[in-house]
Design a protein around this ligand. Structure first.
Ligand SMILES: CC(C)(COP(=O)(O)OP(=O)(O)OC[C@H]1O[C@@H](n2cnc3c(N)ncnc32)[C@H](O)[C@@H]1OP(=O)(O)O)[C@@H](O)C(=O)NCCC(=O)NCCS
Length: 158
């Protein structure tokens, strides 16, 4: 069973130590960097939701969800949306259905609108990240034609 849990003083090192394969490193930032970004967002008016992904009692991955982030080079609708900014399952735990189950939990969490109302959920992925693309498409995310920092933007209406 997959659960999303808070990053705590107890589990933070376990989460920082999770990693993807060498070839996947260009697809996602390190969890240490993502938690640092969460701090910066939180202290600058943002709404970051960093979560550890647990399979039973084992930490297996990480996700960072944000709300209403704005910047000149983000999609126009990002002000009206939640964003799945980072998602990773540690290389030792991939291909066991954990990513899919985590996405179910993530979408369920977003649909509680924890930081406020929104019309969209969006994310970006690199064109050759076939696994991520297939996963997101199966949840209804569709490319909207925008490319940001060499990544395709995919969106779903909530
Ligand atoms: C993308 C990622 C989160 C998927 O997690 P996972 O636990 O391995 O995925 P699952 O086992 O739950 O598989 C979910 C779906 O992903 C796709 N997928 C996963 N591994 C795949 C593979 N080796 N080949 C093809 N599709 C694959 C499939 O659509 C699969 O669904 P299916 O099993 O019903 O066909 C994981 O591979 C990962 O962390 N990758 C590196 C970081 C990354 O790319 N993050 C996303 C940034 S946009």
């Amino acid at each position: 069973m997959i659960t999303l849990r808070k990053i705590t003083l107890d589990n933070r090192r376990d989460i920082f130590n999770l990693s993807v394969t060498e070839e996947q490193r260009r697809f996602v930032a390190s969890n240490l960097s993502s938690v640092a970004s969460s701090y910066v967002l939180a202290t600058n008016g943002g709404h970051p939701y960093p979560f550890a992904i647990y399979a039973h009692e084992d930490p297996v991955g990480f996700v960072l969800i944000t709300y209403q982030i704005t910047s000149y080079d983000l999609p126009s609708f990002s002000e009206d949306g939640y964003c799945i900014l980072r998602l990773m399952i540690d290389h030792r735990y991939q291909n066991q259905g954990y990513g899919r189950e985590a996405m179910h939990q993530i979408m369920e969490f977003i649909r509680t609108f924890p930081a406020g109302p929104a019309r969209f959920c969006w994310l970006t992925y690199k064109q050759d990240n076939v696994n991520a693309k297939k996963l997101y498409e199966s949840f209804g995310f569709r490319d909207n034609g925008e490319v940001i920092h060499d990544e395709y933007v995919a969106v779903i209406e909530l």
